[in-house]
Design a binder for this molecule. Structure first.
Ligand code: ARG
Length: 564
């Protein structure tokens, strides 16, 4: 990673510990810059340019020979670093030689991260409400793996709880064999809806549901068998969608997995005096200044809650793996829940608070800016949204409609700042000229078509590995080429930054900028009609660009398209 390399170099040269290196917006400010002189001058009250000059001397003495072309000092004391031809060449050649490993770092070597994502509730369909957790979660899995971490992706299924009592009652009373055979999960959903409708006028049903939940929890054979059936069938449905979306978990330990541990959690909490009995329930109270409302971990009827399960899951995860982080990719709405759980886990001695991170995200809103739902007020099924995306993408590219449609909707999600709400906008999502998945796929296909055409040129016929031919920076003298080169070397920085900030949108931004550089180059300069030496060099640049674009899209979970 260039940014880190330069920061380290400055640290070593100056002995300063806090060094911030940035990527300037404009080329004229170099490839990288730092405000270090400005910071030092401020606390030492020396003229900033004098400080900058001194720092520059120290850095140049320390830097490897020919690493920088030059270091400029701006009027405000910023140091602007221009990498030398040799450094740039080495970096671009790394892309050509490492291929899809370019940008990989072993920074996370030996560290373990659990990512808890997707986590839908069983016996219901996957809805648009599950989309963001699933897509952001998978992107984070990919990004952290690429940073050398051992990543455990865990689908924390909602496969336990009161909804099963209702479902069991409805199933036993009203199940329809024919519908069951045709579409079990769909039938369960309608049974569940019917239960709640009828329960409005018939409270007895609610008692029956409680009774069935209790029987299930006590291990009643028939209820257990049905419950298992509901789960396996739901998972079959989920997996179809996961496959379409390219989602792969390492584990699916649902909430039910932790049920045998819950008694112990409550017992420990009481023993350690972290929890107390209050109005018949067991609750954890936080310090007043923390402003966190108390959290119930066992109800007065002895049943456990979502919170209890999350505490047990932390205890289990920390004891099973030597963990560095657990990331929870869950909507903004659950912020309070995680504040409570994380703090309680700390009080219980299960995990230090700083290893637990809530990766929150905003809502996906319908085109009118309201929560997306059907006319009846239910969430929209995810499969239906995906089908619609694919159908619309068919107008752009018939053969690759699935890749383009799914890529469009994923990119739309990932390119937005995670914590804000997103308004669903099909036109922007599929805009071939805007910041969209199809635009990036299109850019890639353009590069690919050049490379394909080059292969049949007599010039390249007997050199089958010209893609790995080295680049000569002095031959890449046009503005457009320089811009691509500049953008390419930022790739490892962008990947690391996206992972560190848990924000895939930084990688999306990066790829969009790269695509813009590529398209300008494509419009302005010819590749195949250029003079031989230049042509060869440009083909290497095209090859490096297509590689980086592909690696980046892979990390976001977006498939490339060869022809568009
Ligand atoms: N099943 C939950 C829901 O649909 C999400 C679970 C998130 N993960 C967790 N460990 N609490 O709201």
């Amino acid at each position: 990673m260039m940014i880190e390399k330069i920061a380290n170099l400055i640290k070593e040269a100056t002995g300063e510990e806090e060094v911030k290196v940035m990527i300037p917006e404009q080329n004229k400010f170099g490839h990288y810059s730092t405000n270090l002189a400005f910071v030092i001058a401020k606390y030492q009250e020396i003229p900033v340019v004098a400080v900058a000059k001194e720092i520059r001397e120290k850095i140049l003495r320390k830097a490897p020979k020919n690493f920088f072309e030059r270091i400029d000092i701006a009027a405000n004391g910023f140091l602007n670093f221009f990498l030398s031809k040799e450094t740039l060449e080495e970096e671009i050649n790394k892309i050509l030689c490492l291929k899809n490993r370019y940008g990989y770092s072993d920074k996370g070597k030996g560290q373990v991260i659990i990512i808890d994502y997707s986590s839908p509730n069983v016996a219901k369909p996957l809805t648009i409400g599950h989309f963001r957790s699933t897509i952001i979660g998978q992107a984070l899995v990919n990004l952290f793996k690429f940073q050398g971490y051992k990543v455990i992706g865990d689908n924390h299924l909602g496969d336990w709880g009161a909804q099963f009592g209702a479902l069991l009652v409805a199933f036993k009373k009203w199940k329809n064999e024919k519908e069951l055979k045709e579409n079990l999960v769909g039938h369960l959903v309608s049974l569940y809806v019917r239960f709640h409708k009828e329960a409005e006028n018939n409270e007895k049903l609610l008692d029956e549901a409680k009774e069935e939940t209790k029987k299930l929890q006590e291990g009643n054979k028939e209820n257990r068998k049905l419950w298992k059936l509901f789960i396996t069938e739901s998972l079959k449905e989920f997996n179809k969608t996961y496959k379409r979306l390219g989602i792969k978990f390492s584990l699916t330990l649902g909430e039910s997995f932790y049920q045998p541990m819950l008694n112990q959690v409550v017992k420990e909490a009481l023993e350690k005096k972290v929890a107390v009995y209050n109005e018949g329930a067991v609750k954890i109270f936080f310090q007043e200044k923390e402003l966190i409302p108390p959290m119930v971990i066992q109800k007065s009827d002895d049943s456990f809650l979502y919170t209890t399960t999350d505490l047990a899951a932390i205890k289990y995860r920390v004891s099973r793996w030597h963990l560095n982080k657990i990331l929870y990719v869950v909507a903004n709405e659950q912020t309070l829940h995680f504040n409570q759980v994380f703090r309680a886990a700390e009080m219980l001695g299960y995990a230090p608070k700083n290893i637990l991170v809530h990766i929150k995200f905003g809502m996906l809103l319908g085109e009118e800016g309201k929560k997306m739902s059907t006319r009846k007020g239910e969430f929209i099924k995810l499969e239906e949204v995906l089908n619609k995306a694919v159908e619309k993408a068919g107008q752009i590219n018939k053969e690759a409609a699935e890749k383009v449609g799914i890529g469009a909707i994923k990119y739309y999600d990932l390119s937005h700042y995670r914590e804000s709400d997103i308004v669903f906008d099909w036109d922007r999502m599929l805009d071939l000229k805007g910041n969209s998945g199809p635009y990036l796929q299109y850019t890639y296909s353009r590069l690919k078509s050049i490379l394909k055409k080059a292969l049949v040129l007599p010039f390249f016929q007997n050199s089958n590995n010209f893609f790995s031919r080295k680049i000569d920076i002095s031959l890449a003298s046009s503005e457009a080429e320089k811009n691509i080169i500049r953008q390419l070397i930022y790739f490892p920085d962008a990947v690391a930054y996206a992972a560190e900030t848990y924000s895939p949108n930084h990688l999306a931004d990066y790829l969009y900028k790269l695509a813009n550089c590529i398209n300008v180059f494509y419009e302005k300069e010819s590749v195949l009609n250029a003079e031989n030496k230049i042509k060869e060099n440009r083909l290497s640049l095209v090859s490096a660009s297509s590689q980086v674009l592909k690696t980046g899209l892979d990390l976001l979970g977006i498939k490339v398209v060869e022809k568009m």
